[in-house]
Design a protein around this ligand. Structure first.
Ligand SMILES: NC(=O)c1ccc[n+]([C@@H]2O[C@H](COP(=O)([O-])OP(=O)(O)OC[C@H]3O[C@@H](n4cnc5c(N)ncnc54)[C@H](OP(=O)(O)O)[C@@H]3O)[C@@H](O)[C@H]2O)c1
Length: 245
């Protein structure tokens, strides 16, 4: 049995991962914004075998509340083995290009709130000297591209922050996992036409669960995205700038 905190627990990817924690009989603390949806998810996870399921309210942009919220969650769980940070939005790239306000809102939700949470969590895990911090970033953070560089910059900043946090917490015995999914069929991407590169949330959930068990540091999910992003990172600018990626 592990004590697991899930932030953004109503996310489709988080829910798929949480089902595997529940099956193991873990004790769960779920934080999310939509209280109605959260109570449905909590009931389902209890039926699936979770030892206990506690819930609390979380609004990513209310950053002053993060510290007390995390302290209450860790107290509720009576310690913490794993945290999964999953919340996020996919901003409209054109709207962001037209408005600094839209861009900053996207950065606030996808980067600043995550950095705020990780600063508190880093200290909590460092003090206890054990556990895993897992955060959903994205393949989009690997290279800025014209089609989604606001989201890409937001996730890229999170990936670099995690790199540094991992380096710092290594000597404390704390494991830090960066999760980089490719295209996943969730409410966030409901409007997109789907194709062969798309994965279902259950598949990503299994990858996250296994990566936590094996204490992996960075995963692409599904794994073939590691090769795709390697190629995308290596394409020289004189070719890259002719594409519409
Ligand atoms: N789907 C993909 O293709 C894909 C690819 C790479 C990475 N990711 C990342 O995977 C993570 C999970 O996304 P998903 O695909 O599972 O999408 P999802 O089902 O739409 O989940 C997004 C979650 O973020 C929450 N959220 C958004 N803004 C929030 C705020 N201000 N405060 C609190 N919660 C907020 C949503 O809560 P509400 O229900 O209240 O709106 C929802 O629970 C995200 O970090 C996303 O960037 C997704």
């Amino acid at each position: 049995m592990k004590k697991v905190l899930i932030i953004g627990a109503t996310s489709a990817i988080a829910e798929a991962t949480a089902r595997l924690f529940a099956k193991r009989g873990d004790r769960l603390f779920l934080l999310a914004r939509d209280e109605e949806k959260l109570s449905v998810v909590a009931r389902d996870l209890k039926v699936r075998g979770a030892e206990d399921v506690l819930t609390g309210a979380f609004d990513a942009v209310d950053m002053e509340a993060h510290g007390p919220m995390l302290d209450a969650a860790v107290k509720g769980l009576d310690g913490i083995d794993i945290v999964l940070v999953a919340h996020g939005t996919l901003p409209d790239q054109s709207a962001c290009e037209a408005s600094a306000e839209e861009t900053l809102l996207a950065m606030n939700i996808n980067t600043m709130s995550v950095i705020s949470l990780l600063t508190h969590l880093g200290n909590i895990f460092e003090n206890q000297g054990s556990g895993s911090i897992a955060v959903i970033s994205s393949v989009a953070g690997d290279r800025g591209r014209l089609s989604n560089y606001v989201y890409g910059a937001a996730k890229g900043a999170v990936s670099i922050f995690l790199q540094g946090l991992r380096h710092r917490l290594h000597k404390a015995g704390v494991h830090v996992l960066t999760i980089k999914p490719g295209f996943v069929d969730t409410p966030m991407t409901a409007e997109f036409p789907k194709g062969p590169l798309w994965a279902q949330p259950d598949q990503i959930g299994r990858s996250i669960f296994t990566a936590l068990e094996k204490k992996k540091l960075v995963i692409y999910a599904p794994g073939f995205w590691a090769l795709i992003m390697l190629i995308i990172r290596l394409v020289p600018n004189w070719i890259f700038h002719k594409t519409k990626l």
